[in-house]
Design a protein around this ligand. Structure first.
Ligand code: ADP
Ligand code: MG
Length: 355
């Protein structure tokens, strides 16, 4: 059973003056209560602009936005940002440097008081509650410069969730943090949002982050949503060469059609009904789909090996000097310079037209 729709975008379009193409182009999306939507795409594809439209910092030329069943942007209907019931966490934290943690978090609550949604006497209690939620109890009197980057970003999150908004928008919130902090904070932020039942949109250009944190995922390209689905579906069944390359970071092998098979440098694969009609196409082979084995007569050479803890990532070259990447368990270590054979395990070969 689907929970109620919290956010509905219909054909949302924003073109900045002097730009040849819209930054956000006919975007339609639906987000259900309590879900975390990942917005993934390369730099410049319109992610921030889409968040700013939802937050009300930008006004679209076309399209509509419904929040919790009410239009907040629809032709003449225009609800300004401070009345939108949306919390925002930016990449650079945007904390007030002259205010302590408690006052930073209380700031957004003052708007609630002005709008008659909260009694002035409750500000302190509500701010303290939000600070505890992000694990910063005891830090109320600290100033931003007395906190680490990860702690500052938690304060920004506390400030966004304190007014209990219908929707939280997070724009690349971890990109200024080092990788260790980023890894645990992303899980923590997901837990915090899930714990309070918040609905959120999480922008990132990092595919692993998007896959790991999102309930549903929208992959954007040039202002448009190229694919929308669960992280699993998008990873397993990318709908285009662009999504396949960006999300799965797969290898693409040149494939020549010979009757009922595609011939590639790593063997032949059956042609299925959905295959492109062309005589030449590209076969997607994920890095984990390659099983490598030492073989003096093999047609691949190991050029580099990276140790990633649980697995190795190998760089290989083919006889035609194309580069392939493979990830394998660390128990089977291959040496740089070694000649190997790859067995490719594909349930369902996925072909894309040549790009
Ligand atoms: P992303 O967040 O995915 O990196 P943005 O939404 O920031 O992308 O930008 C999308 C496109 O819109 C880019 O081409 C960018 O240069 C352009 N853009 C963003 N903001 C403005 C603005 N205020 N004025 C003009 N162009 C803008
Ligand atoms: Mg951006």
């Amino acid at each position: 059973m689907d929970l109620p729709v919290i956010l509905k975008l219909d054909a949302l379009t924003k073109q900045f003056a002097g730009q040849a193409a819209p930054a956000v182009d006919q975007v339609s999306l639906v987000l259900h209560q309590g879900d975390l939507l990942g917005l993934l795409g390369p730099s410049g594809c319109g992610k921030t602009t889409l968040l700013r439209l939802i937050a009300g910092f930008e006004r679209p030329q076309h399209g509509t936005i419904d929040l919790a069943g009410h239009p907040i942007c629809d032709g003449p209907v225009w609800v300004p940002p401070e009345r939108r019931d949306v919390g925002v966490v930016f990449q650079d934290y945007a904390l007030f440097p002259h205010l302590c943690v408690l006052d930073n978090v209380a700031f957004g609550l003052k708007t609630q008081v002005r709008r008659g949604k909260l009694a002035a006497g409750q500000i302190r209690e509500e701010a303290t509650r939000a600070i505890a939620l992000v694990g910063l109890q005891g830090f109320e009197k600290r100033f931003p410069h007395e906190l680490s980057g990860g702690q500052q970003q938690r304060v920004a999150l506390a400030r966004a969730i304190a007014p209990r908004p219908s929707l939280i928008l997070l724009d690349e919130p971890f990109s200024n943090l080092d990788v260790q902090v980023r890894l645990y904070l992303r899980q923590e932020v997901r837990d915090i949002l899930k714990g309070v039942g918040a609905s959120g949109i999480f922008v990132t250009h990092d595919q692993e982050e998007a896959l790991s944190i999102s309930d549903s995922l929208a992959v954007m390209r040039s202002g448009q949503v190229e694919q929308f689905g669960t992280p699993e579906d998008i990873y397993r069944y990318p709908s285009s060469r662009f999504v396949a390359g960006f999300v799965t970071q797969a290898n693409f092998l040149r494939a020549e059609r010979h009757g009922n098979v595609w011939k590639t440098v790593l063997g032949s694969f059956a042609v299925d009904a959905a295959a492109p009609a062309a005589a030449i196409a590209e076969l997607m082979v994920r890095q984990e789909d390659l099983q490598l084995r030492p073989d003096p007569a093999g047609n691949l050479v190991v050029r580099d090996r990276q140790f990633l803890g649980r697995e190795y990532r190998y760089t290989l070259t083919t006889a035609t000097n194309d580069i392939l990447y493979a990830r394998t368990a660390t128990r089977d270590r291959l040496e740089v310079g070694q000649t190997v054979t790859a067995q490719v395990d594909l349930n369902q070969p996925q072909m894309f037209a040549m790009s």
